[in-house]
Ligand binder design. Sequence first.
Ligand code: ADP
Ligand code: MG
Length: 240
Amino acid sequence: MVKMEHVNKYFGTHHVLKDINLHVKFKERLVIMGPSGSGKSTLIRCINFLEKPSSGKIFVNGVEITANKIQLNKVRQKIGMVFQHFNLYPHKTALENVMLAPILVEKRDRNEVEKSAIALLEKVGLKDVYNKYPSQLSGGQQQRVAIARALNMKPDLLLFDEPTSALDPEMIQEVLDIMVALAKEGMTMIVVTHEMGFAKQAADRIVFMDDGQIIETGTPDQIFNNPQHERTQAFLEKLN
Ligand code: ADP
Ligand code: MG
């Protein structure tokens, strides 16, 4: 589903991703952890080309997105992204937010898109707030709208960048519950998060990043109960 080969990223002279090699299989759930500034956001933003790698190759679903002249929009349509700060359109209702891209970008039929949008809003537990604007919703509700919006593009792959870290503590679980449900349905997911509970429940594999490098990879059991690298150990001690 995703293959990164020798990916490097510089911002000016700042070397932010250092020779990243990563494979994510179809239906795999990968969690990325690591300290602030270690390059987690830059790594997942490279996967949908929100950031352009300075060197190296990235393949998504068999297509090399780092090749010249590829149809980036076609590839991106199949990659859903959920951000820390929701990024909903403030002047559109919840329903309109979920309907917009499939109609504008994919030119799908409006009635079909509306039906699937309503079904997805129900699925994320927002049956009663279709017609509210983002400012009228709680953070947890907004993030659930953002997940429904990503799903309405029928993605092959979902990317999450710290989806719960801007939420009040009492709203974190309602968002994690939806993510766990998606994981159980077999969605391929790459999730940057420090939520150990989610990682234990849903991740097949965790990669730990530090200073632009993947320094350790393992199952949740290996990473949490027997971390090999001292920087992984130090980070996990602070989380507990
Ligand atoms: P993380 O998500 O792990 O906190 P980021 O990928 O956001 O880390 O950032 C990694 C490093 O790259 C940080 O030092 C950050 O300041 C820098 N960085 C991120 N985005 C940019 C940018 N657009 N321009 C310049 N530097 C950036
Ligand atoms: Mg980040």
